[in-house]
Design a protein around this ligand. Sequence first.
Ligand code: HEC
Length: 175
Amino acid sequence: MRRLLALLALAPLAACGEANMAEQPSARTWDKNNFFPQGMTMRQPVAGTVPRNDPAKAAPQPATITESLLTRGRERYGIFCTPCHGASGDGRGMIVARGFPSAGQLTTERLRQASADDLYRAISQGHRAMYGMGQMIPSADRWAIVAYVRALQRSQDAAVAALPPEDRAKLEASR
Ligand code: HEC
């Protein structure tokens, strides 16, 4: 430990002599290293380290779709997906309007047929120009978003006859 502290104390002095601070001595992961007892550069993670992406922590797909799940999904969709896919899933979000590659419609026949796992995977790992969001959206929220995407798809592919009577009456009245 004392050796390490001594080395850390010297590091700034060593760097001062260099015109280019980007070029400082450094150890590479797989190099031998006499500084540490096992002779390895690589270190074990500190006790209690939590992996960023622990597959064991993946939440199972919810068995039932509840209103609170959809509400959560709508909120998270609004935060993470609307900038590209738009509020209705038409693929014309704000940053697409500013030049990002078209994000694609989420309500196409193909994506209506896609499994929930496919949608979940697209969110987690990304798809073409879309980056994966597994690191920033917890697993349970990704399922909530999938449920909301299903609701968006349904909302744009429902027969008038399938509407509850009161909604149907409102629609008829607005014609
Ligand atoms: C930075 C912009 C961006 C964001 C944010 C984004 N997407 Fe995408 N998404 C894209 C692009 C671009 C594609 C690929 C379109 C193509 O080339 O087919 C795509 C494709 C998809 C696909 C289609 C996969 C397939 O098989 O065709 C799904 C589903 C999807 N996104 C869902 C989402 C959801 C849900 C969110 C929010 C959690 C989200 N995306 C956030 C840009 C984005």
